[in-house]
Ligand binder design. Sequence first.
Ligand code: MG
Length: 327
Amino acid sequence: MNKLIPAIVSDIDGVLIRGKSTIPNSDIVVQELLNCYYSNGEMHNIRIPFYLLTNGGGCTELEKANSLNRIMGSNFNRHHIFLNYTPLRPIMNEYQNKLILLCGAGHLTEIAKDCDLRYFYTIDEYSALFDQVEFKQYDDGVIQQYEADIKQRNMEQLKNQQIEAVFIVFDPIKWEESIQTICKLVKEKKDLPIYVVNNDVTYADNFKLPRLAFGTFTNALISILKKEYNINPNIIYYGKPSLNTYKYVQEYIHEKHDNIGNIYMIGDNPASDIRGANQIGWPSVLVRSGVFRGRENDPQDPGKYVVTDLMDAYNKILQLEGLKVVQ
Ligand SMILES: [Mg+2]
């Protein structure tokens, strides 16, 4: 019986990069994990499966890989990356012949095409064409463009049909339009599935106060639907730390690789990266190069191991697993 091989899943922001800069030495680790073979004493041609799991999105996996490669000089491809909406791809597939609404900022039409979605409205299109909010100027030229885009998607036969699901695939920036339209749709169909891909309520940046994140939008939506219409919406949570996301990644890794043992999660955010890993039972490695800066461990969501940065995390995992770089 061969010894089991570990897999490594890492967060991106605060572990590999900070803003548009590489965190020192993370590029060396990435280079080794993507290109080197390892020995465990029995086998000498082991590859360590290495994946990235982020709550980021708004673009395709390929765009994300390319942008990381530009920053880090790495050679990631699209299959290395799990964005916030990646685990929803099989579910989106089930809606291929149904009408859906896509919400959030970012390149929604490109994402839809990349996910093979055919019959969709983006929130901008839907709002401008069917559900305008007051005080907003709707440019005639833009509306004509939306109509032309929709025509191109051959959506004529679905024009009067009900929206069957809402996918919020990135942070909604236009809260009023999004809330207005989703409330309207939920009033029409109370159990309308609403998929969200990020549950973080704040994120740290260079601002004095942590910024409000996607999770606060979902909280606002739930609260308005409850208070105004007495409806508990059917929200389905994806993104870290949801178990849905971690299960998807785990199944994917086991499907693509044989003989997998421990799956290590490396992350800088205790409430997201580490909580998700601890829930599913992956050994979690908390780094101090991003959100978490504590001396000891996080009290709420403690990492199984706490280290300085990705280089330390990598060396720790090699040591725990008895692995050495061969070449
Ligand atoms: Mg992070």
